[in-house]
Design a protein around this ligand. Structure first.
Ligand code: FES
Ligand code: FES
Length: 80
């Protein structure tokens, strides 16, 4: 058990989201289906973060898991 997430990648993942659809962002960094949760967090103390799209648009999900504006990238990956 650790409170530091695994760095899946030091870059965001651009995703076209659909208005009203719910997504579960991987906060632990262990998912093989980035940026989304695939259940790999089990036993780690991490939980996926729910994100509901308010419009059809492209968003940049955080891949490094260190963003302060999770689940979206805030540029923090540049300091890792
Ligand atoms: Fe990372 Fe679920 S696999 S939060
Ligand atoms: Fe995590 Fe940019 S990918 S802050």
């Amino acid at each position: 058990m650790s409170d530091t997430p695994h760095i899946a990648q030091k870059a965001p993942l651009p995703i076209e989201v659909t208005e009203g659809k719910t997504y579960f962002w991987c906060s632990c960094g262990k998912s093989q289906n980035q940026p989304f949760c695939d259940g790999s967090h089990k036993g780690s103390g991490f939980e996926p973060l729910k994100y509901t799209a308010e419009a059809d648009k492209k968003v940049f999900f955080c891949g490094c898991k260190h963003s302060k504006t999770q689940p979206l990238c805030d540029g923090s990956h540049k300091d890792l």
